[in-house]
Design a protein around this ligand. Structure first.
Ligand SMILES: *[C@@H]1O[C@H](CO)[C@@H](O)[C@H](O)[C@H]1NC(C)=O
Ligand SMILES: *[C@@H]1O[C@H](CO)[C@@H](O)[C@H](O)[C@H]1NC(C)=O
Ligand SMILES: *[C@@H]1O[C@H](CO)[C@@H](O)[C@H](O)[C@H]1NC(C)=O
Length: 269
């Protein structure tokens, strides 16, 4: 765990409304962005204990520890939750044990996201407790939403399941309870989806947020099953634990140029 002594705690994001597709400094657009602190190792966190604030930042909303895990709670309109790792991984594995929040318009998510908006998602839409969606984006390209897929999972609200993302330079996989649901190859991502393969150092994020909210794009509201009915609150997503493995072992990741390719990333020891 020595790497954490070197961690820079990033400034909290201001006024986050939507968990996905935000960045403080995009190194493919700006000349000077801070280096990304690396996890550089593997670790398992239980969310029934207060998380080390040098390692995780609760950017928005409420996280409550209970014996079974950490509850991400929305009580009322205007509320949202977002927990972000202060560390980045440059390829790796994320194994999250989650119970989704129930409620039309409410979305639970586990996200890997980089500074130049590469993104890998698990998303549970609150009106369907027997499904999770996988998705990915390259460089914040949302011209089409054709990359999402639906996966069956029983009782996603009342049972913890093992949602594991495996990510390296060649392939991206989503696993549920030890069964692979989906694989996207680097080459396929380029051929089928344009330059959309996620390949830059990413933070791990957990969020329970209201997608069905007036003011959001109608497509987002429809996707979430309609507007949130706050008379049904609170809406709670529970995270039991997360195991994160970084496939590199440096201290920092630095963008060597503005290409946003994995080959351009400098791993600083
Ligand atoms: C948290 O959960 C882990 C795994 O079940 C357990 O070993 C640990 O004692 C729990 N901690 C607290 C504070 O309940
Ligand atoms: C969770 O699933 C991943 C992928 O199949 C597997 O490697 C891992 O061992 C599983 N975790 C547990 C605790 O069973
Ligand atoms: C953005 O994604 C679309 C659809 O997947 C793809 O056709 C397009 O080439 C991508 N754009 C870039 C700049 O890669």
């Amino acid at each position: 765990m020595k790497n954490f002594l070197h961690l820079t705690v990033l400034a909290a994001l201001a006024g986050n409304a939507v968990a996905q597709l935000t960045t403080e400094c995009d190194p493919t657009k700006k000349t000077t962005c801070p280096a990304d602190p690396a996890l550089g190792t593997g670790h398992l966190w239980y969310f029934n204990e207060t998380l080390d604030s040098r390692v995780w930042t609760m950017e928005t909303g409420e996280l409550v520890e209970t014996p079974e895990g950490g509850d991400f709670i929305i009580h009322a309109a205007g509320q949202s939750t977002l927990l972000t790792s202060n560390f980045y991984i440059f390829f790796g594995v994320v194994e999250a044990w989650v119970k989704m929040a129930v409620g039309q318009g409410i979305v639970s998510s586990v996200v890997l996201e980089s500074d130049d908006l590469d993104e890998i998602d698990w998303e549970w839409v609150g009106y369907n407790t027997n499904e999770v969606q996988s998705n990915f984006y390259g460089k914040g390209n949302t011209t089409t939403y054709n990359r999402g897929r639906h996966h069956k999972v029983d009782n996603a609200d009342s049972e913890f399941h093992n949602y594991t993302t495996y990510w390296d330079q060649d392939k991206l996989q989503w696993w549920i309870d030890g069964v692979m649901q989906r694989q996207v190859n680097y080459g396929d991502a380029l051929a089928v989806y344009g330059k959309n393969y996620p390949q830059t150092p990413s933070q791990v994020k957990f969020s329970n947020w209201p997608a069905g909210q007036p003011g959001n794009a109608q497509g987002t509201i429809d996707w979430a099953g309609g507007l949130v009915d706050y008379s049904q609150a609170p809406f709670t997503m529970t995270v039991q634990s997360v195991r994160v493995q970084d496939f590199h072992s440096g201290k920092e990741y630095i963008y060597g140029d503005k290409s946003g390719s994995w080959q351009s990333i400098i791993v600083k020891e």
